[in-house]
Structures are given as C-alpha cells and as structure tokens.
Ligand binder design. Structure first.
Ligand code: SF4
Ligand code: SF4
Length: 95
C-alpha cells in the first residue's frame, strides 16, 4: 500500500500566484490537445458559445458574430457541445 497521505490534512502545502489581473499573461492555449474550429456559414450569431465558454476565449464582434481566441482557449469542447447549429467542431491540435 502507498504511503501517500490518505487524508487531505496530510497533503503537502500548495499555493497559487495571486496577482490581480495577471491571467492575461498566461497563454493557456498552449495547454490544448484539441481545438474548436468555427464554420461561419453555419453560425446564427446566438452567442451561446460565448455564454458557456469557461475561459472567456470567445470574442463577440460588433455584428454579433463570434471568434475564438486561440491564445486562451484550452480546448474543453463546451462551445462545440452547446452550439445549436454545430457551427463549431473540435479537431486534433496539430503541431
Ligand atoms: S453557439 Fe454556434 S451558432 Fe451560436 S454564436 Fe456560437 S458558433 Fe454561432
Ligand atoms: S473549447 Fe472551451 S475554452 Fe475553447 S473556446 Fe470552446 S468553450 Fe472556450
């Protein structure tokens, strides 16, 4: 049996970097294994993908269309799952 702590109180101390507004500095898109691809011809501009994206990685444009910000998109696939017209498809990240 492992000697690893079996109770959370035995876990080693951890920490976070708590600098307000620093999230923009961390390009979390590099964590991605799959990426969403948007097909504008299928998009009805409902912005449901923007509403559901947990990383605010979908931008709303002036004409109500959307674009994916690949610098911060982690590839979770929620936008593709929620899009009512299947205008977003998840594909393997290449390179
Ligand atoms: S959820 Fe789909 S249809 Fe709606 S704005 Fe996003 S991509 Fe377009
Ligand atoms: S894959 Fe996830 S993180 Fe990326 S745009 Fe869609 S909902 Fe946001």
């Amino acid at each position: 049996m492992s000697s690893w702590p079996r109770d959370w109180r035995e876990l080693p101390m951890a920490g976070i970097i708590n600098i307000a507004g620093s999230s923009l500095d961390y390009k979390t898109g590099t964590w991605r294994a799959r990426k969403p691809v948007l097909y504008p011809d299928k998009c009805i501009k409902c912005q449901i993908c923007w509403l559901f994206c947990p990383d605010m990685a979908i931008n709303r444009l002036e004409d109500d269309s959307v674009e994916i910000n690949y610098e911060y998109c982690k590839g979770c696939g929620i936008c593709a799952e929620e899009c009512p017209t299947k205008a977003i498809e998840m594909v393997e990240e290449v390179g």
